[in-house]
Design a protein around this ligand. Structure first.
Ligand code: NAD
Length: 234
């Protein structure tokens, strides 16, 4: 593999997407077996759907939570956590909402699209972790809790985006793993690292619209490519 050894870098950013969790058995967004081939997002994953029928939206999210809870982080999640142990300035920015990075013991994950494992009480402006299966859908104040997920048509949390941008501005290596790079504004963020002069690596099964941005385009399953990539630091 003709890429520089990880030990040459001090500030590594992993930018991850649904493809990273595919080997855990969690379907990606698009393509064969993709989640939104089976469900219409307008019925389950947008604020309008929640406002008109919160229980229907919660039924869907309860199923997703139980499904994800039944799966395990895969080798690629563990390799990334291990790299962060070796190189303490490593930052993980993910579009995933499944909490798998944290379960693999990665610290301080920047979750651009929120988490299946947090809920918001909008009237109280409170966000809390919640791992209950099934979940009590109402807050003690009586209001429906809302999954703390960036649904279709929602804005990203500007504080989370700022953290991501800062990490990308400061990194000297960016490794993007398993993202189709079509969901904006997240898809655009890796440009920041490229513009700042970082070495850039894309790990995916196939080319994406962002592939031309990357110096190294490594094709294959995340676990296999990351295994090869880390052979250099031990
Ligand atoms: P996506 O589904 O659009 O694309 C997945 C990408 O991963 C594709 O480019 C595919 O070629 C690649 N891929 C599939 N299997 C792979 C493997 N084993 N190794 C390497 N690459 C592989 O995913 P995305 O770009 O993250 O889309 C963004 C949205 O998907 C986010 O908003 C996210 O919230 C949502 N999503 C998250 C999850 C999750 O949390 N696990 C699951 C489905 C969708």
């Amino acid at each position: 593999m003709n890429v520089p050894a990880l030990s040459q870098f001090r500030r590594i950013v992993f930018f991850t997407g649904a493809g990273l969790s595919a080997e855990s058995g969690i379907p990606t967004y698009r393509g064969a077996g993709g989640l939104w081939n089976a469900y219409n997002y307008e019925d389950y994953a947008c604020q309008r759907a929640f406002d008109s029928d919160p229980d229907k939206v919660w039924d869907f999210h309860d199923v997703r939570r139980a499904f994800v809870a039944s799966k395990e982080p895969n080798l690629a999640h563990h390799i990334i956590a291990d790299i962060q142990k070796q190189f303490s300035e490593t930052v993980v920015i993910t579009q995933n909402i499944d909490g798998m990075h944290q379960r693999a013991l990665t610290a301080d994950v920047v979750e651009l699209h929120g988490s299946l494992w947090r809920v918001r009480c909008e009237p109280e402006r409170q966000v809390r972790e919640n791992f209950d299966l099934p979940i009590a859908r109402k807050c003690a104040c009586g209001a429906y809790l809302r999954p703390d997920i960036v649904w279709f048509e929602d804005q990203l949390d500007h504080r989370v985006v700022r953290r991501a941008r800062e990490a990308l501005e400061e990194c000297d290596l960016l490794v993007s793993v398993g993202t189709s790079a079509v969901v904006y504004p997240a898809a655009d963020l890796p440009r920041i690292a490229a513009k700042g002069g970082a070495v850039t690596i894309e790990v995916n099964l196939e080319d994406t619209p962002m592939s031309p941005l990357y110096m190294h385009r490594l094709r294959g399953k995340a676990s296999e490519i990351l295994t090869q990539l880390t052979a250099s630091y031990t």
